[in-house]
Design a protein around this ligand. Structure first.
Ligand SMILES: [Zn+2]
Ligand SMILES: [Zn+2]
Length: 317
């Protein structure tokens, strides 16, 4: 293999996710990367798909591989703290990466990689035209108030009010206030819109001062689910919880517009917007920008409404 190194595969990283041996690819997500109880944070799982793709791109002769787009469909939640067998291969000009549990594909994704010499801040692509207006208005909000109750805190209160308190409170790698989390303290700025500030950890690097793509994808995921609650002040969540239903991320993709640095002046801004509902599907977008409103990446998420089994819900009734 070539010289690729990132947060996800760095041998020095105690939270290393990706290994490659003669037997193939293996992912292992330590407890830190929890999303739903006992399962991996969806954004981190989808983000990690980029690492094998970048390694394969080097093997295929690319000099300066860089991720333009990653998308993953979560068929089942990814298990935490156990080795997961992964298939990664080139297919129709992009890289297909699949996580397996027994004979099931639990996460099926693809990664588009370009061969382009870049510096921090280099432009990789323009935003898709259908999202330009939304992204512009999201990135105009660069200095909102982040005092008061976060949407995560309100989420816990709503679950309790609907008759299903989550005890102990879930530890989401992205948005809970637990040790080791990114502690994204997400706020509603207006109907369907959310906002937070985020300072990357130094370790989230590709070794050259760039923010590892795995962590870009991870950091802008949670906001998408919170945008749904920011749209109707938890009305849908409250009703679904009473009916023993909930919504979870079904598919999630991220496009990288500019090469983001690990260290940025005055923190990153992460924002999201609820777009629409179509039956069981809820569509949202999120964005990573700086304090001047320059956008580095956008996320596109489709959450799906599910019936919860009693086992997941922690109740026998
Ligand atoms: Zn890597
Ligand atoms: Zn979260």
């Amino acid at each position: 293999m070539g010289q690729h190194r990132c947060f996800a595969c760095d041998e020095q990283n105690p939270g290393r996710i990706v290994t490659n041996t003669d037997d193939g690819w293996t992912f292992m997500f330590i407890e830190r990367f929890v999303g739903p109880p006992g399962r991996v944070h969806g954004g981190t799982a989808v983000g990690a798909l980029t690492c094998p793709a970048l390694q394969l791109a080097e093997r295929d002769g690319m000099q300066h591989p860089v991720v333009l787009h990653v998308n993953g469909r979560l068929n089942l939640p990814v298990p935490l703290a156990e080795p997961i067998s992964v298939k990664a291969y080139s297919e129709e000009g992009r890289y297909r990466v699949k996580l397996h549990e027994d004979s099931n594909v639990i996460l099926d994704g693809y990664v588009e990689v370009a061969d382009q010499e870049t510096n921090i801040g280099s432009v990789l692509q323009e935003p898709p035209s259908e999202y330009v207006e939304d992204l512009q208005s999201l990135s105009d909000v660069t200095d909102a108030d982040i005092e008061g109750h976060s949407l995560f805190t309100q989420f816990l209160e709503v679950q309790k009010a609907a008759g299903y308190p989550l005890e102990p409170p879930p530890k989401c790698f992205g948005c809970s206030e637990a040790d080791g989390a990114l502690e994204l303290s997400i706020r509603k700025t207006r109907q369907g819109d959310t906002y937070t500030r985020w300072k990357s950890e130094e370790a989230f690097t590709d070794g050259e001062g760039r923010l590892a793509t795995t962590m870009v994808v991870s950091a802008i995921d949670c906001m998408n689910l919170h945008a749904i609650n920011a749209n109707d002040d938890f009305d849908l969540l409250f009703k679904l919880t009473q009916e023993k239903k909930n919504f979870f991320t079904g598919s999630y993709g991220v496009r990288i517009f500019r090469v983001p640095p690990v260290e940025i002046k005055d923190d990153y801004r992460i924002t999201s917007r609820y777009l629409r509902r179509d039956g069981r599907k809820l569509f949202t977008i999120s964005a990573l920008s700086d304090s001047n409103g320059t956008i580095y990446a956008m996320g596109e998420s489709i959450a799906i409404i599910f019936d919860l089994t009693d086992e997941i819900f922690g109740t026998d009734s």
